[in-house]
Ligand binder design. Structure first.
Ligand code: ADP
Ligand code: MG
Length: 232
């Protein structure tokens, strides 16, 4: 518990700094992007192909920074939440085409095992975002290995009334000594990682009265989102 309290304080401080920094980055970035797009048109008009191709790279890098800033803002200042009763099965089904197409790209065999579960009380977009972040991690882990299997499962735990969503991958797994650190803000093992996905997901799920569990035993990883099920 003490560790968790400490973790929350750290996140709160990081959150305040993140909000300030994110705004300071976003404004100039918007103007850089605008002028760059104008320049891009001009280069195209003048047939300067090489220079034109540079702007493609620049714009995609700007989008990367934009994405990072978006994550920082999410971490620091959750938007107005719209809480409602959500059907987990429906929510997963809605994002499944996105998962399928990402899976095909990375040679991943994707399947779902959805058991009927009670609804959960959450913000739809937030929960989708949490699941997508965790699924992205699974896909990224397996694409390092040239493919694998991704299974998304839903089930209900009678004993504690929790709805459980498992995201299971056959990736390289997470070494035991690292399991402690993957929820730390900015912890990443990826060249282009932000290290924000898991800490943000954990905070969002905690705010909903749930928790995230990670199990990995040498091979493959299962990340589970547990949320209180509503009585039917
Ligand atoms: P990022 O994805 O930007 O690196 P995250 O907070 O989402 O940041 O994840 C932190 C780290 O946790 C990752 O860099 C990776 O080392 C590890 N990790 C998360 N999910 C998995 C997974 N499914 N398989 C293996 N490693 C994982
Ligand atoms: Mg991630």
């Amino acid at each position: 518990l003490e560790r968790q309290v400490h973790h929350h304080e750290k996140l709160a401080t990081v959150g305040k700094i993140a909000a300030g920094v994110a705004h300071e980055i976003r404004n100039p970035l918007t103007s850089i992007k605008g002028f760059l797009q104008m320049m891009r048109h001009e280069l195209e008009r003048q047939g300067m192909e090489k220079e034109h191709s540079y702007t493609t790279v620049m714009l995609s890098e700007i989008e990367r920074v934009n994405g990072l800033v978006g994550e920082l803002l999410l971490l620091s200042k959750p938007r107005e939440l719209k809480m409602e009763d959500l059907e987990v099965e429906e929510l997963i089904t809605v994002i499944s085409p996105l998962i399928s197409s990402e899976s095909i790209l990375h040679n991943i065999e994707f399947s779902m095992q959805l058991e009927p579960v009670p609804p959960v009380y959450a913000d739809r977009e937030l929960l989708k975002q949490v699941l997508w972040n965790l699924i992205k991690n699974a896909i990224e882990a397996m694409s390092e290995m040239d493919g694998g299997k991704l299974i998304i499962r839903s089930s209900f735990q009678e004993r504690d009334g929790l709805v459980r969503i498992d995201i299971r991958d056959s990736g390289p797994g997470i070494p035991h000594y690292m399991l402690d650190r993957i929820f730390d803000t900015f912890f990443t093992t990826k060249d282009t990682g932000t290290g924000l996905g898991l800490p943000i997901c954990q905070r969002l799920v905690n705010d909903l009265g749930g928790k995230i569990q990670v199990t990995s035993k040498g091979y493959g990883t299962t990340v589970s989102v547990l949320l209180p099920g509503l009585a039917l």
